[in-house]
Write a protein that binds this ligand. Structure first.
Ligand code: CTP
Ligand code: CA
Length: 230
């Protein structure tokens, strides 16, 4: 709540937070992107710094946001650049939080000159290549004791509920904590609010009440501090 002093329970803890949405270039003026605002990653970075952490934030594209106080910022554009920056920062980190919206695919080729339309040639088709899974790589190369946190935005569908999909993703990704946003009905993207679950690798599950991105960030750092205290 406003006016309360944040705890200093992350004093000296080295954390890396990724934020925002990557852009994958098609040509010098066009890209494939996503609707991530970056607000959640910025809130995570800001609150970790308030709680005493040494924070590196690797930010892709975001809406205009005030720089989080006391945070070292690295700015990138593509998924591959974000992967490089996160990997190198993670090598000296105690906690890594992947809040960025990373493009799963990129155009297989990037045209050096602007793509033109023409009446004499067929309209182009975009072929996509898969981007590396940064989170999976972090889990694979995890340092002893390092806490790795993933984010997932899920909707329910015919094959399962939000929680079913989220539990399967936690197992697939192998991270210590998965922050699940229930999306749909205009929630989460380009809004101030989130609601979902915190799923822990040991099976502990906690609902996240509808609240601000700052409140969600507080809940994530509470869960990280708890994991580190074990
Ligand atoms: N992520 C990542 N690298 C990628 C894609 C995703 O590190 N190439 C991270 C995201 O930052 C997030 C987590 O993985 O923390 C889950 O992302 P999500 O898109 O939900 O998972 P995917 O495995 O890409 O599954 P889906 O097919 O549902 O998109
Ligand atoms: Ca994805």
């Amino acid at each position: 709540a406003t006016g309360t002093v944040p705890p200093r329970d992350l004093e000296g803890v080295r954390v890396v937070v990724s934020a925002g949405g990557t852009r994958e270039p098609l040509d010098p003026v066009r890209y494939l992107g996503n609707r991530s605002s970056g607000k959640q990653g910025y809130a995570l970075a800001r609150i970790a710094a308030q709680r005493g952490a040494e924070v590196t934030m690797v930010a892709a594209h975001t809406v205009a946001l005030p720089p989080p106080a006391g945070v070292h910022e690295v700015h990138v554009s593509t998924a591959r650049q974000l992967g490089e920056a996160v990997r190198s920062a993670a090598a000296g980190a105690d906690v890594v939080v992947m809040a960025a919206a990373v493009a799963d695919f990129r155009p297989a080729t990037t045209a050096e000159a602007k793509i033109k339309k023409s009446d004499d040639t067929p309209d182009p088709t975009i072929t996509l290549d898969r981007n590396p899974d940064i989170l999976a790589g972090l889990v694979r190369d995890r340092r002893p004791g390092q806490v790795v946190v993933g984010f997932a935005a899920e909707t329910g569908d015919a094959s399962g509920s939000v929680l079913d999909h989220a539990r399967a993703k936690l197992r697939r990704k192998g991270c210590d904590l998965l922050v699940v946003n229930a999306v749909g009905e205009g929630r989460a993207f380009e809004t101030e609010d989130n609601a979902g679950w915190l799923l822990r690798a040991d099976g502990a599950e906690r609902p996240i009440p509808l609240g601000s991105k700052s409140q969600l960030a507080i809940a994530v750092w509470d869960a990280v501090a708890e994991l580190r205290a074990r």
